[in-house]
Design a protein around this ligand. Sequence first.
Ligand code: RB5
Length: 155
Amino acid sequence: MKIVVASDHAGLDLKLEMIKVLEERKNSGEDIEINDIGTHDKNSTDYPMWGEKAAVEVAEGRADKGLIICGTGMGISLAANKVKGVRAAVCSDTYTAKMSREHNNCNMLALGARTLGTGLATDILNIWLDTPFEEGGRHQRRVDMLVDIENRRLK
Ligand code: RB5
């Protein structure tokens, strides 16, 4: 699995912690390729740019999943969700993380560096990565409806 990772300045420290989690998974034998596209320093930068850059990697198939981090996870998720084909979930608890995969087939996870401790963020990330979409049935129909909204409403 290829995962694109991005944050703004507020999300940088948590992003580096989450990259360690991803590297641990990789070192345990998981097929995982990490692409950290930035930001790489603490200079103030704008979350919409990072949300869009990461989302485009997913939407254009260069990444299977995306992890995006800003102060709250909110701004960067709003940016990512403007990109057709992206379903980014802001998660502050493990149940939402699980459901965002199982029911919504979210392909991007947004975390808040100012709202989450590293321990909880780690649990959220691991559960999100470990949970498959519940294929078929009502969940597929509802995700298809989301895609239909994109096709009708977005250029
Ligand atoms: C940056 O100060 C902050 O606004 C940003 O990281 C994010 O929380 C926005 O949603």
